[in-house]
Design a protein around this ligand. Structure first.
Ligand code: ADP
Ligand code: ASP
Ligand code: MG
Length: 371
């Protein structure tokens, strides 16, 4: 059985008309003779709205209950898409993350996949049905509903791709794959027809939304090939494969404004709180942490000393070992009148902390200097 996994992001299923068009797209793939496992995100901004609802009733929503709430978004889409497919005469079955065998750890609202039991999904596909899976969720070893962190439908697609032995995983969105920078921010950004999963991981860790870092890491570790492409638009997308970069150049630049700079107290005071509230520590130097707050719904507790932070990241194979290239970009940032508050480089990344209100300008300046 030839299997493809197709993941449709929130903008691709934002309304009923788009869900119908996605159903037609899946029907066309199936007509080409492949078994399709479709992973869906919540419609449009549904997840944001659900999180906002939770914040209305609770300043720091209980993370187990939050998962019960925000896992609903994807389930709405999966059921509607299955109905559309059936109306087209295509047999289809929707399944939650738990029904699809996605087992996670217990870290509510930012869980990691620990195991996939794809038996039921295989049976659905072998019966000739399209399997439609609610993205971004699983079931913990403690049998609780968990979610995989914002952007986690990408992870669902990749872990299922690996478990099903899919030919590849298509990540379908509102953009033609991966660009050298967010084309909405940098008008000079160019399309990347191919890149390595290591390069993509460096970009995703820097906050490029187009691919979620956990998904890229899993794909790299398990050898899953990803094709990132536009759902409805033209273009061949970006092929992401394991392997060594042949360009040796900077592939992309990205910015991240959803960060906090945290100063720890003596003996790492505050670190437990950062982790407990769902913050992901991106960098640590001395007592200073840069923490990703995307999944810390409710933010950091007041006992932790922190301030908002914004960081520009450039991704490229062994960029950390090219100090002259990095220094040239730092000069370019300063020449653009952007204050560099901190900087560093290692492995496949270089980064600059900049004032949040200059982040987009900084991404443009670094892109112009490096790409
Ligand atoms: P989906 O809802 O389909 O998961 P996302 O909003 O998560 O889509 O990701 C797609 C968005 O990522 C694009 O609309 C684009 O603005 C943004 N983006 C950021 N960096 C990049 C990049 N380097 N290449 C392409 N898109 C990017
Ligand atoms: N709906 C979730 C989010 O908005 C998961 C996803 O779209 O990948 O983050
Ligand atoms: Mg996404």
């Amino acid at each position: 059985m030839r299997v493809v996994v197709q993941k449709y992001g929130g903008s691709s299923v934002a309304d009923v008309d788009k869900i119908r068009r996605v159903a037609e797209r899946i029907a066309r793939s199936r007509a080409e003779g492949v078994a399709v496992c479709a992973v869906v995100s919540a419609m449009g901004t549904t997840t944001n709205e659900l999180v906002a609802l939770a914040r209305e009733v609770s300043k720091r929503p209980d993370r187990r209950e939050l998962d019960m709430l925000i896992s609903v978004g994807e389930r709405i889409t999966m059921a509607l898409l299955a109905m559309c497919l059936k109306d087209l005469g295509v047999p289809a079955r929707s399944l939650t993350g738990s029904q699809s065998g996605i087992v996670t750890d217990e870290a509510h609202a930012d869980a990691r996949v620990v195991e996939v039991r794809p038996q039921r999904l295989r049976e659905v596909l072998e019966a000739g049905e399209v399997a439609i899976v609610a993205g971004f969720q699983g079931v913990s070893r403690a049998r609780e509903v968990t979610t995989l962190g914002r952007g986690g439908s990408d992870t669902t697609a990749v872990v299922l791709g690996a478990a099903l032995g899919a030919e590849h995983v298509e990540i379908l969105s509102d953009v033609d794959g991966v660009w050298s920078a967010d084309p909405r921010v940098v008008s000079e950004a160019h399309h990347l027809p191919a890149m390595t999963l290591d390069e993509a991981l460096a970009l995703a860790r820097g906050g490029a939304k187009v691919l979620f870092e956990d998904a890229v890491r899993y794909a790299r570790d398990q050898g899953v090939e990803i094709v990132a492409a536009s759902t409805f638009g033209p273009g061949a997308g970006t092929r992401l494969t394991r392997g060594v970069s042949t360009t040796g150049r900077v592939v992309g630049v990205t910015g991240d404004a959803q960060l906090a700079a945290v100063t720890l107290g003596p003996e790492d005071a505050g670190l437990d709180e950062v982790v407990a509230c769902g913050g992901r520590v991106r960098l640590r130097f001395g007592d200073l942490l840069l923490v990703d707050l995307r999944n810390a719904h409710g933010g950091l507790p007041e006992s932790v000393t922190s301030e908002p932070a914004a960081v520009v990241t450039a991704a490229g194979s062994a960029l950390g070992e090219q100090p002259l290239v990095v220094a040239a970009a730092t000069r370019a940032l300063r020449a653009a009148g952007i204050e560099v508050l901190a900087q560093g480089a290692s492995a496949d990344q270089a980064w600059w902390r900049v004032p949040a209100d200059r982040l987009d300008d900084a991404v443009c300046a670094a892109h112009a200097a490096l790409v």
